[in-house]
Design a protein around this ligand. Structure first.
Ligand code: GRF
Length: 213
């Protein structure tokens, strides 16, 4: 069975969805860069080893990342899973875990990379919004897309309502993407697109778990 290590900074609802999805993989450890992250307690309740690292104890970004990598590699992680980890990773870290580092972003990438995607989606008046699971590259919130789910945007939505609608989909597609990884079904093609082996519908199109008009 493959091992994953999850990196968090806060609430931990995606981490919790992954822990509760009964995936055929082992969550070997959870690492937070914030001691107060509620995610840590949730991980402990699930019997997962937790670690907290503060950037203040390290000279620079790369030293912090190397300390995280020691824990991650010590747990023989096949995949590093970012689940609300709110720190930019060094090029060294991204290269060390090339094709083994995955993230979820609450927008339909490549739209609305970076902070406040829901507020910006509302400000643009988009009618469809959503979330994306992708492998991580050195470009912020860019990289081979594994799965996406879309939700409608309603005229009376505020940021909280839209975020909640998207979060519900995050909790579906992140465990689904990790299941595909656990089953060895994901390949990153030469052109950077992700192929899913043995999918029900042929044609190289990843299934969209939920597309609402
Ligand atoms: C999620 O919306 C995720 O997409 C983004 O940060 C948020 C983390 O929420 N990267 P949680 O900690 O998983 O509840």
């Amino acid at each position: 069975m493959k091992n994953i290590v999850i990196l968090v900074s806060g609430r931990g609802s995606n981490m919790q969805a992954i822990l509760e999805a009964q995936l055929p993989l082992k969550v070997a450890a959870v690492i937070s860069n914030k001691a107060a992250a509620p995610a840590l307690e949730i991980a402990r309740q699930h019997g997962v080893a937790t670690f907290t690292l503060s950037h203040r104890d390290y000279l620079d970004r790369e030293s912090f990342d190397r300390a995280m990598a020691e824990i991650i590699d010590g747990h023989h992680a096949d995949l590093v899973v970012l689940a609300g980890f709110m720190r930019i990773l060094s090029p060294w870290f991204v290269e060390h875990y090339r094709n083994r580092l995955i993230n979820i972003h609450p927008s339909l990438l490549p739209a609305f990379t970076g902070l406040d995607p829901h507020a910006r989606a509302l400000a643009e008046g988009v009618k469809i919004h959503g979330c994306t699971v992708h492998f991580v590259t050195n470009e912020l919130d860019r990289g081979p897309i594994v799965a996406q789910a879309a939700v409608p945007v309603y005229p009376d939505d505020d940021e909280a309502a839209l975020a909640a609608r998207v979060l519900e989909q995050e909790h579906r597609i992140y465990p689904a993407a990790l299941r595909w990884f656990a089953e060895d079904r994901l390949t990153i093609a030469g052109n950077g697109s992700v192929l899913l082996k043995n999918q029900e519908k042929p044609g190289g199109v990843l299934p969209v778990p939920d597309l609402v008009g």
